[in-house]
Design a protein around this ligand. Structure first.
Ligand SMILES: [Zn+2]
Ligand SMILES: [Zn+2]
Length: 253
C-alpha cells in the first residue's frame, strides 16, 4: 500500500466540495497515511494568503500525519516556454507543475474538437512548453504527464510522437531533479485503450533516472489515497520504483 498522497485539492479551488482542510486531515488519518501534500490550484500570483490560511487550518486540525502545504501551479498559457504563472515559489513546501491549458489560447480542452488550432501547431506548442516546464529547477514534480496531450490529440496517430518528446523531457527532468507523478485521476480521463499503455511514459522516466511519486489528485475526500489506476501502472513497473516523498523533497535537503 502507498502510505502517502502528494496531490490533494481543497474547496478553496472552487470545484472540490467537501474538501475542507479538516476533512482532508481526518480522511488521511483514517486511511493511515503518514504524509500528504495539500496542493491546490494556483492560477496567479495572488494566492499566498490562501496558503497561509491552509497552514493555519492544518495546525487547528492537528492531524497525526505530516501535512505539506504546496500548490499545483499552472503553466502560464500566455507563453510558449512552459513558465509558471507564479515566479516566486518560496513559501511552498512542494511544487507541482500543472499543464492544463492550451498554450496561447488558454482554455481547458475536453477533446481534440476543443483544441482550437491545428494538430501540428498544437504539438509544437505542447512540446516546447513541456520541455520548458521540466527545465525549471524550482519545480518538484510534473503533474499527470501526458494529460493535456490525451485531451488534445488522437493518440492513435500521435502517441509515439508524444513518447519521443517524453524521452527528451525525461532527460531534462533528471537533470533538474523533477519527479513525474503517477496521477490517479488522469487514468480515468484517458481513452480506455491507453490506460495500460500509459505505463510507457513511466518506463521512459525510470530509464532516464526520473523519480516517480504518487498523487491522487483528489477533489473529494473519498478519492484521497485512491490508487486503482496508479496501482495498475505500478504493477507493470519494477518493484520499489515508486519513490518516497523524502527522496524528492528539497525542504529536507
Ligand atoms: Zn492538474
Ligand atoms: Zn490537481
Amino acid at each position: 500500500m502507498i502510505d502517502y498522497d502528494l496531490h490533494i485539492h481543497t474547496e478553496y479551488c472552487g470545484h472540490a466540495p467537501g474538501m475542507t482542510v479538516e476533512a482532508i486531515c481526518r480522511r488521511a488519518d483514517a486511511l493511515g497515511l503518514r504524509l500528504i501534500a495539500i496542493t491546490d490550484h494556483t492560477y496567479g500570483p495572488q494566492e499566498p494568503a490562501r496558503v497561509a490560511a491552509i497552514r493555519r487550518e492544518v495546525e487547528q486540525a492537528a492531524p497525526r500525519c505530516t501535512v505539506l502545504v504546496g500548490a499545483e501551479v499552472d503553466v502560464d498559457s500566455g507563453f510558449t516556454d512552459g513558465r509558471l504563472v507564479v515566479e516566486d515559489l518560496a513559501g511552498l513546501d512542494y511544487v507541482i507543475a500543472g499543464f492544463h491549458y492550451v498554450p496561447t489560447l488558454g482554455h481547458y480542452p475536453r477533446s481534440p474538437d476543443d483544441r482550437g488550432m491545428d494538430t501540428e501547431q498544437f504539438l509544437d506548442l505542447w512540446q516546447r512548453s513541456l520541455l520548458g516546464i521540466v527545465s525549471n529547477p524550482q519545480i518538484d514534480t510534473l503533474a499527470h504527464p501526458g494529460r493535456l496531450l490525451a485531451a488534445c490529440v488522437d493518440l492513435d496517430a500521435h502517441f509515439e510522437y508524444g513518447l519521443a518528446v517524453f524521452e527528451r523531457a525525461a532527460e531534462l527532468s533528471a537533470q533538474h531533479r523533477i519527479a513525474w507523478e503517477v496521477n490517479e485521476l488522469t487514468g480515468w480521463r484517458l481513452p480506455a485503450a491507453y490506460q495500460e499503455s500509459w505505463v510507457r511514459i513511466y518506463r521512459i522516466a525510470l530509464e532516464a533516472g526520473v523519480k516517480l511519486v504518487y498523487g491522487s489528485d483528489a477533489h473529494h475526500p473519498d478519492s484521497i489515497g485512491q490508487c486503482v489506476f496508479a496501482g495498475m501502472i505500478l504493477d507493470q513497473l519494477p518493484d520499489g520504483c515508486l519513490s518516497a516523498p523524502e527522496e524528492i523533497l528539497r525542504i529536507n535537503q
